[in-house]
Ligand binder design. Structure first.
Ligand code: NI
Length: 271
């Protein structure tokens, strides 16, 4: 089956809202308040491990095949992550931010849990674009989840949710009536949604040409090999881009802001 950019993002969106009901609600709320026909998606983010079978470039290859180009590279030393972002020549297509966890930087016990998960993936499936929204190919125990959670919220999230859009992002620049990220945030808070406050509700700003905010991830009851637990799923992000010196809107990402956005899937939100 041939895949187009639009059909791939439609499949990613359906998978995402199935475990992120608040995103669909916010999507409708913004369309209504803004009088928009549609909400433009600034970017999605995907997560993986830096193991050969499924490393960042394996996921990125699906976007290169659709005409995307690799642009920025980012390092998150404290979280033991590397990331790249990809852009399509048609700038109305969403950007893609893909990160990978540096598995070798963790203890043998943690590495063993991650290898056991990844060993269960059929390598042939990775080569199909549907792998990008295939979820998990394994099931962990609650104690394995807790072991991962103690050292990396990211690894724990991956053990439950696997391969799928970690978030979609509303492009504030493309809204019709709402022009400021702070106004989006107020609207969401009034409607009862909880924003990620780590590093302040708004990460970045005009000085770095990108301002971002996000909800805290929804909480979903999931099944482990030995019972059920309610854990964070995915979140919705909001981005306002500003022009650079040449007058063009900045299209990259800001590492310091992304570092805080990762915390939107933390089990206990930062105060
Ligand atoms: Ni993002």
């Amino acid at each position: 089956m041939s895949v187009s950019v639009d059909s791939l993002f439609a499949a990613l969106w359906q998978d995402y809202i199935a475990i992120t009901p608040s995103a669909e609600n916010i999507h409708q709320l913004l369309k209504q308040q803004d009088g928009s026909e549609e909400i433009i998606n600034d970017h999605i983010a995907l997560r993986t491990f830096n193991l050969d079978k499924i490393r960042l470039d394996k996921l990125g290859a699906h976007f290169l095949a659709l005409g995307y180009e690799e642009k920025g590279q980012y390092d998150f030393e404290q979280k033991k992550l590397k990331a790249k972002h990809f852009e399509h020549p048609d700038d109305t297509k969403p950007k893609v931010f893909i990160s990978e966890l540096l598995v070798e930087e963790f203890s043998p016990e943690v590495q063993a849990i991650i290898h056991k998960m990844v060993d269960q993936i059929d390598a042939a499936k990775v080569a199909d674009a549907s792998f990008l929204y295939s979820g998990t190919h394994w099931q962990v125990s609650q104690s394995e989840y807790q072991t991962l959670l103690a050292v990396s919220e990211y690894a724990a999230w991956m053990s439950v949710w696997g391969f799928r859009a970690n978030h979609f992002t509303v492009s504030v620049n493309h809204l019709h009536k709402i022009h400021q990220l702070s106004d989006v945030n107020e609207l969401l808070k009034q409607a009862g949604f909880v924003l990620n406050a780590s590093g302040g509700e708004i990460k970045g700003g005009e000085d770095v040409c990108l301002a971002q905010s996000s909800t805290m991830a929804d909480k979903i009851d999931v099944s482990f090999t030995d019972g059920r637990l309610t854990v964070p799923s995915c979140f919705y992000e909001f981005a306002q881009r500003y022009p650079m010196a040449d007058g063009k809107l900045y299209q990259g990402f800001v590492a310091a802001s992304a570092d805080k956005i990762f915390e939107s899937t933390n089990v206990a939100p930062a105060m």
